[in-house]
Design a protein around this ligand. Sequence first.
Ligand code: AMP
Length: 593
Amino acid sequence: MVLKKDRNSVDNGQGKSENDDTSLLEKKNLENKTKFKTPPLEVSKENDNENGFLDFGFNQSILNSLRNKGYKNPTPIQKAAIPELMLGRDLLGQAQTGTGKTAAFALPLIEKLSDNKELNAKVLVMTPTRELATQVAESFKSYSSESSDFKTVAIYGGTDYRNQISALKRKVDVVVGTPGRIMDHIRQGTFKINGINCLVLDEADEMLNMGFLEDIEWIIDQLPKNKQMVLFSATMPNEIKNIAKKYLNDPAEILIKSVKKETQLISQKFLYVQRHHKLDALKRILELNNEGVIIFVRTKLLTTSIAEALENSGHTVAVLNGDIPQNQRENTVDRLKKGFIDILVATDVAARGLDVERIKLVVNYDFPFDKETYTHRIGRTGRAGRSGEAILFVNQRERHFLRNLENSTRTKIEEINIPSNKIINEKRMEKLIENVNESSLAKEEYEENKALIIDVLDNLKEKYSMDDSNIAMAAINLVIGNKAFFVNEDDSWIHKQNNTDRNRSNRNGNIRIRNSNRRNNYQNDSFETYKFNFGKFDGVRVANIISSICNSTNINGRSIGKIQIFNDYSLVDLPRDLHRETKNKLKKIKVRN
Ligand code: AMP
């Protein structure tokens, strides 16, 4: 089986790309070289009034749902992938979330299933996490919302089997799920797979990182041989290429060079802060930007303690962590989308795949474990072509990680200072003036209340002999309220911290590590070995252990260290700072039931 054929490299259409300097002519040549029946790549010439999806031959129900969603033109990955998938070809796509890849595979699959009358599922989509499974299932549901009798079911761990089983018993077109739960349902016979004629592996590299390779292969082996296969991955390591070689049949290859462009829309910054000043620094950052913020922390315990502290400071906050039941998580995301809450404090696993357009700021309160986690985290902002900001908190011992991160992402992360009292007070003043000014411009409400306002003014003038300027001053005083308007806490620690930290960097901006053993000590110190009483004799494999740990706790697959499986026990290296609750959950972990 040969892997390769067409390599179509396009930008993600949501900002400047590495190819932006490519002239239109070159773009056209590129397009002519491909055998895709895609509409022109000249995104700039597309007419807003026309529906760019008409050319694909979708049925009216799909076009209606796209119109409801406000999609006018396909993104580059959609232009490239949809015609191939409509022809039934296998596809290997390198693209990240945010490029529109879900619609790229969902729309042609919905189209192909438009007359499906069979009871059992035809399409299986595998995702690494339940969050992504929910999100992909939601996308299928919304793209098929105008198609009658189209059913998508999501099956993932951490939730009750019963609802999933009864949903699978009824008519199903598409099943979206995580590997562990899919395997369980196949084994129990509650997921009938004999009708599956298309398999999509979404975020395949992530599934590999989480140790799902064997599970994926097991599932593929159970499915009917004759099927269309689609594999999407943000990166293309050799393991993914090998899977593609093994299972995909002459696939169309699509590369969306999006890593750079996506993050280009995100302005990446860091600030030095000592551990005990982190919460203070966070509150100061939120003074400048507090609408649509996600704060990433390492433990569940921290999510709640930080959320409480922020709530006490007057913010509307919610928490997203592995302890929160799935339906509540969905509800939280919904409230964030609608603006009922402004700030989300989350752990990595809980926020994976989260897609909320109004996120303007991502705060990396705790340093991410690796580059991929960082990229995923900051990718929660800068969605759908909007710009965003990401701020990374760095403490003394994380300095060299910062440099590694800059090197591996090939991005310069700009240093900023923790906002001082002066900056915050200027901002508060600016905001007050803006608010008063905006209130006079908010014509509708102003007009509505005008008669009332005039009445109040007349009363004040007659009854209390106040003049215009007295009244204006009193009204502004009312807006200010009775809390201290300016911050005047001692902020000398901020200046000291900035100065000392700068002194620690040499002139080239490189960090001098005074004790070169520190890094090793830190890395060794950050793990603790846990013993579990299951092993080879129980048929346990590395992937089973990783998926059980990830599904039962908020521990991220990437933060799991060495795993050694012996005959009747296993040793697993896990982060040292685990919360007691997590440890309790670990005690109860079941592997392969
Ligand atoms: P994805 O890469 O699938 O996670 O999609 C990223 C975001 O882009 C989601 O919010 C989608 O709803 C949105 N999106 C996908 N395709 C289009 C399109 N053609 N026009 C506008 N928005 C889109």
